[in-house]
Design a binder for this molecule. Structure first.
Ligand code: ZN
Length: 252
C-alpha cells in the first residue's frame, strides 16, 4: 500500500499526498503552491491527480500542477473539472501507485461527487467529515443518506480521509444531538488533545464515525428522539431523520 500524508491548504483544507518511493499522487489539490513546495522538498514526481468534486477548493490547483507535470486527472464524469483526462463514474476501478482503487458515487454535497476507496482507506472529499457530513449544495437528503449508507457498509477499520479539519466544530453539534453518548464524549477529549498539540483529527476510522457521527446514526433511538424534539412531525424514515439533523446543523 502507498503511504498517505497530508498537505494543509487554505484555512482548513487537507490535500492528501499518496506516495510510493518517489512516485506521488495528490487528492483534491485546491491550491498548487503547497503541493509544489512539498513535491520539491521531498523530491517527488507527480504521477496523477484524483478529484472528488468540482468545488474550487478541491480542483483549483489542477491547471498549475498539470503545466508542470502533465499527468492524468481522474475526476467525476458528470461535473465540470479543469484538465480532466479520465472521467469516472461510480463502480469503476482505477490503479494508483500499484493499488486498485474502487470509485464510489456519493451524490449529495454535489451531484457528481465521487469517493475513492483504497485498501483500508477512503478518500471521501466533502461527503463524510469527522463527526459530520457535507452540506447539501446540489443533492437531496435521500441521495446523501444513501451515499452515507454506502460508506457505512465498508469495514469499521477503514480510515476516513476527508478534505477538511471540521471535527471539533462538528463534535459540538454532535453533543447537542446526543449529550449522553459516551463514545462521543471520549472523542471530544481525544480530538481536543490532538488539536491542542497542533495535530490533525483526520483520518478517523469508520467505526469511530459510526459510534459518534450523528449523520451515520439516523436509526439510533437517541438520534431519532433528538430529531423528533427538533421537528415533532418528522417521520422515522432514515432520510427524514437525516434531513432534520442536517437542517439543524445548518442553523447550529
Ligand atoms: Zn465541496
Amino acid at each position: 500500500m502507498f503511504e498517505i500524508s497530508l498537505i494543509p491548504a487554505f484555512k482548513d483544507n487537507y490535500i492528501w499526498l499518496l506516495t510510493r518511493g518517489k512516485r506521488a499522487f495528490v487528492v483534491d489539490p485546491g491550491d498548487a503552491a503547497p503541493v509544489i513546495a512539498r513535491l520539491e522538498a521531498d523530491d517527488l514526481t507527480l504521477e496523477g491527480i484524483l478529484i472528488t468534486h468540482h468545488h474550487a477548493d478541491h480542483q483549483g490547483g489542477v491547471a498549475e500542477l498539470k503545466a508542470r507535470w502533465p499527468v492524468e486527472v481522474y475526476a467525476p464524469a458528470d461535473e465540470s473539472i479543469t484538465g480532466r483526462t479520465r472521467p469516472l463514474s461510480g463502480g469503476e476501478q482505477i490503479e494508483v501507485l500499484g493499488e486498485k482503487l474502487d470509485v464510489m458515487a456519493v451524490p449529495g454535497h454535489t451531484l457528481g461527487h465521487l469517493a475513492y476507496l483504497a485498501p483500508g482507506a477512503l478518500f471521501c472529499g466533502d461527503t463524510l467529515f469527522g463527526a459530520g457530513c457535507g452540506r447539501l449544495f446540489e443533492g437531496t437528503p435521500e441521495q446523501m443518506s444513501a451515499s452515507l449508507d454506502s460508506i457505512a457498509a465498508l469495514p469499521d477499520d477503514t480510515k476516513v480521509y476527508c478534505a477538511h479539519e471540521y471535527t471539533e466544530m462538528n463534535l459540538r453539534f454532535a453533543l447537542a444531538v446526543e449529550p449522553d453518548n459516551a463514545a462521543l464524549s471520549d472523542r471530544v477529549a481525544r480530538v481536543a488533545a490532538l488539536r491542542a498539540a497542533g495535530l490533525s483529527s483526520v483520518p478517523s476510522t469508520l467505526g469511530e464515525e459510526k459510534a459518534t457521527n450523528p449523520f451515520l446514526r439516523c436509526t439510533d433511538p437517541a438520534v431519532i428522539a433528538a430529531a423528533e424534539q427538533r421537528n415533532p412531525t418528522v417521520n422515522r424514515e432514515k432520510a427524514a431523520i437525516f434531513k432534520t439533523i442536517r437542517g439543524w446543523r445548518n442553523e447550529f
